[in-house]
Design a protein around this ligand. Structure first.
Ligand code: SF4
Length: 340
């Protein structure tokens, strides 16, 4: 992986809520003149009502991508079209307003909630800031949203976040995100810090709320098993680039990129007699300060050949709506070399 190209992009019509093109996010490394290449020119889109899973191991740039969509931080370059607005061109005040239509949920629910305030006030605050409705309407809406996420409004009115469990705190975070009636929620590893049984509850809740509130979701996770059930479409990232994009079922049934194959093989199988899959990836991810040339995955790829060290693979459709950036994908169909 670690490819380039935009063959996986769909037409920019009314169905597309978010369209990100050539998103580049780089951070300077002190005064060395070097840069961290956090996100290296990726493109993707999300249709209304869709859930896009964005997966990859820690440090691949998936969280930075989610934040750069919100312009936090502002991308180094690239385009972010959301609800027909080019976010990178908005001034501070217009961007602040635009963010009310797109909310984020974070990995650590407890630290993302103000420890000094009552939970109900935390959920109420965005409505007060934006002066939505009358005081009574705001409070009624907060109570409804709290009930919708499974939190007792009475308890929320008298308790602080530390009095709730981790799963309940994530529900409160979801309520705070929902209360402004956004069209897009970016969920950044929303269940990674939770127990497995609670993970399933929160994922089920997100799916339920998606239907009831007409939401579109970007679900960021490092674990393909977590992303599998909630996503309509999955985009796999490695070291700042996209390597495979496909419908969730297609990706799990037949991963075409060697890196996706490794991620799937690393999902534990709850069967003591199951044979471990013979898939091996060597070493640690390279530094995003000095990413490898050619395919960025080549130093670790079990399929790598000489060509991979110099020529960056381009995203291609190898099966219906199944895109992969790899010279030697898992189905054995080597992609012809690019003309020089
Ligand atoms: Fe990259 Fe080559 Fe491996 Fe494909 S086979 S992922 S192009 S190193």
């Amino acid at each position: 992986m670690a490819g380039t190209g935009d063959a996986h992009m769909r037409p920019a019509d009314d169905e597309v809520l978010l369209r990100v093109e050539k998103l580049l996010v780089e951070f300077p490394v002190g005064r060395t003149g070097l840069k961290v290449h956090a996100v290296s020119g990726i493109s993707f889109d999300v249709e209304k009502g869709e859930t896009l899973g964005l997966v990859g191991e820690s440090g691949c740039g998936k969280s930075t991508t989610g934040r750069a969509v919100m312009q936090l931080p502002e991308p180094t370059s690239g385009s972010v079209m959301f609800e027909g607005q080019e976010l990178t061109a908005l001034n501070r005040s217009d961007m602040r307003e635009a963010r009310t239509h797109m909310q984020m949920i974070f990995q650590d629910p407890i630290s993302s909630l103000n420890p000094r305030r009552k939970v109900r006030d935390i959920v109420l605050e965005p409505l007060n800031i934006w002066k939505r409705g009358t005081k009574d309407e705001r409070q009624a809406l907060v109570d409804k949203v709290l009930e919708d996420v499974g939190i007792d409004p009475q308890r929320a009115a008298t308790s602080q976040a530390h009095e709730f469990s981790g799963g309940q705190c994530q529900r409160i975070s979801i309520a705070r995100a929902l209360v402004l009636d956004p069209s897009l929620i970016i969920c950044d590893e929303p269940v990674s810090a939770l127990d497995v049984s609670v993970q399933a509850q929160v994922i089920n809740l997100l799916e339920d709320l998606k239907e009831r509130y007409g939401l579109t979701l970007i679900f960021i996770a490092h674990d393909l098993a977590v992303v599998k059930n909630i996503s309509d479409r999955v985009a796999v990232m490695y070291l700042g680039k996209l390597c495979e994009v496909a419908g969730s079922d297609d990706l799990y049934r037949q991963p075409l990129h060697p890196y996706t194959n490794v991620l799937l093989a690393s999902i534990p199988v709850p069967d003591p007699d199951a044979e471990p899959l013979a898939v091996e990836v060597v070493g640690e991810p390279p530094s995003p300060v000095l990413p490898p040339p050619g395919c960025r995955f080549h130093p670790r790829c079990p399929n790598a050949q000489e060509r991979c060290t110099t020529e960056e693979p381009v995203m291609r459709e190898l099966a219906t709506r199944h895109f992969v950036a790899c010279h030697f994908p898992m189905d054995g169909t080597a992609v012809p070399a690019q003309p020089a």
